[in-house]
Structures are given as structure tokens and as C-alpha cells.
Design a protein around this ligand. Structure first.
Ligand SMILES: C[S@@+](CC[C@H](N)C(=O)[O-])C[C@H]1O[C@@H](n2cnc3c(N)ncnc32)[C@H](O)[C@@H]1O
Length: 197
């Protein structure tokens, strides 16, 4: 159960896992009639969270196994009707979004890396992640939020984090407020949240 202040099941925001913190930062901009993007569907936890808020969700993944898991999760929650699952890379984000949604997306979530228990070769990489984030920033509405959870512990993860960080730091001069939550250990995951003015 999520509370109005972003806490989950009685946990204070400070004690939430980073993926739960990502939910807490996008939650305030979600709601019925909203539109959300899950750029990395994986097992569908973030997709389910976005759909449960009442938003219409467009979810991308390159891995059919991930989409099957997500489909089962959404069906079990009775949320499949409000989600469009797209078997494609997020770098092709705009190709699959209805043109009328340009500038009307409330939130886009990027939970980077690979699917635990899935094909680890199907991992997000800097070039396509940066392309997808750039596209998402254009489709985002004023006041909308992009969240990124970046993992630095796997091969290539630290470079991807640096590429994302460089891109989003640059958004500060383009009217975004950008917040970074980083653990003390250099290999721990990082949450970056960017809100469009
Ligand atoms: C950490 S998992 C996502 C977890 C997920 N959000 C959840 O809630 O369960 C990362 C996912 O990104 C997917 N992925 C890798 N490259 C991608 C790309 N270019 N476009 C979209 N998804 C990609 C992987 O297949 C994997 O399922």
C-alpha cells in the first residue's frame, strides 16, 4: 500500500529500495487520464505500478520472455487493458506512440540493466539508452517526470550510468530539475529523477 508521501506499506521514504523510490518520485504526476512510458518492462513490476495508478501505459522491451512475464503479471492484476506492450527497443520509442500524445506524457521510467534470471546479453547500453531518454524528454508534458535507475555493478553499467548522468545533467540548463540519489559505494545503483518545467 502506497501512502500520499510516497512511503510504501508503512516504510518511511528513507528506507525504501531504489526501485520503490523511483515509484515514489513518479507517483505524484500519475493518475487517471495520464499517459506513462515504461521504457524497460522486464518482469513488469514498474508497468503494473504505472497502470495501477490509472494511467494508460506504453511498455517496451527487446525480450519476448520479459514481455510474457509482464503480460501474466498484468493479467493477474486485471490491468492488461490499460497497457500496450511493445516488443521493440526503447530507442524506437516514438515510432510506437500515437502522435496525439506528443507533449502529453506524464512519466517515463527507465530501470536499466538486464532482466534478473533472463538473457543477460539483452542489457541496456549507453547509445540506445541516451537516444530513448532524449526522445522521452520531448514527449514529456510540462511537469512530467523521467526516472532512471542505473546499475553500476555489471560490466558496462558504470559507463551507461556516466552517459545518462552526462545527458541529464545537461538538461538542467533546459528547464529540467534533476535530482540524484546515489549510494556511498561506487558500485551501488543510482536513481536519477528529472522533472520538466
Ligand atoms: C532491470 S530489467 C527491467 C525491470 C522491470 N522494469 C521490472 O519492473 O521488472 C531491464 C530490462 O531492459 C530490457 N532491455 C534491454 N535493452 C533494451 C532496449 N534497448 N529497449 C527496451 N528494453 C531493453 C531487458 O530485456 C530487461 O528486461
Amino acid at each position: 500500500m502506497r501512502e500520499a508521501d510516497g512511503s510504501v506499506a508503512g516504510k518511511s521514504p528513507a528506507r525504501l529500495r531504489l526501485t520503490e523510490r523511483a515509484h515514489a518520485v513518479v507517483l505524484p504526476v500519475l493518475g487517471p487520464g495520464g499517459v506513462a512510458i515504461d521504457a524497460t518492462v522486464g518482469a513488469g513490476r514498474d508497468t503494473e505500478f504505472l497502470a495501477a495508478s490509472g494511467a494508460r501505459v506504453f511498455g517496451y522491451d527487446v525480450q519476448e520472455e520479459a514481455l510474457s512475464q509482464a503480460r501474466r503479471r498484468l493479467a493477474a492484476a486485471g490491468l492488461e487493458e490499460s497497457v500496450t506492450l511493445i516488443h521493440a527497443g526503447h530507442e524506437d520509442l516514438e515510432r510506437h506512440l500515437p502522435a496525439k500524445l506528443l507533449g502529453r506524457v506524464s512519466a517515463a521510467m527507465f530501470n536499466l540493466g538486464y532482466l534478473p534470471g533472463g538473457d543477460k546479453s539483452l542489457v541496456t547500453v549507453p547509445g540506445t539508452t541516451v537516444r530513448a531518454l532524449t526522445a522521452a524528454s520531448v514527449w514529456l508534458k510540462s511537469g512530467g517526470v523521467i526516472s532512471v535507475v542505473a546499475y553500476r555493478g555489471h560490466r558496462g553499467g558504470a559507463d551507461e550510468y556516466l552517459a545518462v548522468r552526462h545527458l541529464l545533467d545537461g538538461w538542467r540548463t533546459q528547464g529540467f530539475s534533476v535530482r540524484v540519489e546515489e549510494g556511498l559505494v561506487s558500485t551501488s545503483p543510482v536513481l536519477i529523477a528529472a522533472k520538466k518545467a
